[in-house]
Write a protein that binds this ligand. Sequence first.
Ligand SMILES: [Ca+2]
Length: 505
Amino acid sequence: MKKISIFKVVSILMLLAGIAGAAQDKPNIVWIFSDDHTRQTIGAYGGRLQTLNPSPNLDRLASEGMRFDRCYVGNSICAPARATLLTGKHSHLNGKYDNRGPFNHDQQQFQKILQKNGYQTVMVGKIHLSGQMQGFDYWEALPGQGKYYDPDFVTEEGTKSYKGYTTDIITDKALDWLENKRDDSKPFMLMIHHKAPHRNWQPAERHMSKYEDIEIPEPDNLFDDYATRTTAAQKQDMNIVNTMRMDTDLKVTEGGGRINFNLEHYAARNAFLAENKLEGKELVKWKYQTYLKDYLRCTWGVDENIGRVLDTLEEMDLEDNTIVMYSSDQGFYMGEHGWFDKRFMYEESFSTPFIARWPGKIKPGSVNSDLVQNIDFAETFLDLAGAPIPDDMQGKSVVPLLKGDTPKDWRKSLYYHYYEYPAVHSVRRHEGVTGKRYKLIRFYGMDVPGGEEWEFYDLEKDPSEMNNSYNNPENAGKISEMKRELDRLKEYYKVDEPPPQKSRG
Ligand SMILES: [Ca+2]
């Protein structure tokens, strides 16, 4: 009889135990994604709105997990951000440059790979990519932007209509799947995609009077004059003073138009304006207060529903083997530079929140400051699932970062490119590169000789990006270096000529 060493037996047993363990241990993934939810309005990120305690459940998630302080997007606008989320590719490779063009659903997407690797895949809410979704066992999507109340959902069986507040309904559907429809022999990827707090910021009825008697702190640059910035910053159409609409945005009756909300909720607002003939800076300040309160009421609804998800995971005893991640399609301006909306490569809209909790794997209350981008999400999901990662995805898995172990060769710079011009809000096309400290932006197709305008910022000295120091001779060396880095990134990410600028359709 052949002798088998005791070590060999032990190692075979360990191997078998490891295989069995791996099959059971595949983590579930709950991905909660909102629209235009900016870091300035999340308590865990600090900042001037922190004292309002605007996000207790997200703060809980951050205190039990990891907060990413330098997470950015590749193209700060709704549909392209979702295309990048699913494909792990920048816009020029997934073909979704702006909100208008079609999305090719036949291309590679992470959920198709997860599905092939034994995961149940579910998506409920805003995806902003028209057509039938692929790679999901179950999905229901808001058509386009969707509505805040009584929403329709596109499904594989056609359009369905529901009564109620959309943030609640999206969560209801997700939790109904989790509690009643899931196959509990398989791990799952559950994507809960909120419409809120996208413009025009309509809160749930139960939150209409939250923050009513509070004075919201203003940013220092609410009355920015763009003195040192290029014409791109000067000539945008996304400012509170001129662009923000009294009717649809601020829900004041004058002007009529596209009103789709219950005016009774806004009676006091109308009465106040009728009594106080505000103008100039006083009117801007009132608009700012009104805008922020409506926005924060919407994010309160999102946060409340995140609490429901966290509680349900705990009640179902799923908490330990489920990684919960929260992010948004991009950041937003809460009056900084006098703006609302997004699109620009400045910090408020270029950055996006990213918080992850994974009991036993992520150290509670940890903070990561590595440069992370939305091209990384798809690969992170695949890595968590132990699924193969296609070579043509352009990001990097952040799983090592979650475990507190950033690779030595982690990226030192990020590429950005915004394409939607001419279009609503008139933000000019631009691309750029950022490192942790310096940022270089190139606006192109501009009405100046040569067609280009550049901006350069030292984020340590000028975190609010008020002083474009591109023309300061002291920066010449640094700017040359950043230009070389921009060229290197464009080659690395295979950036093509952008599609021609078409007139607004
Ligand atoms: Ca958005």
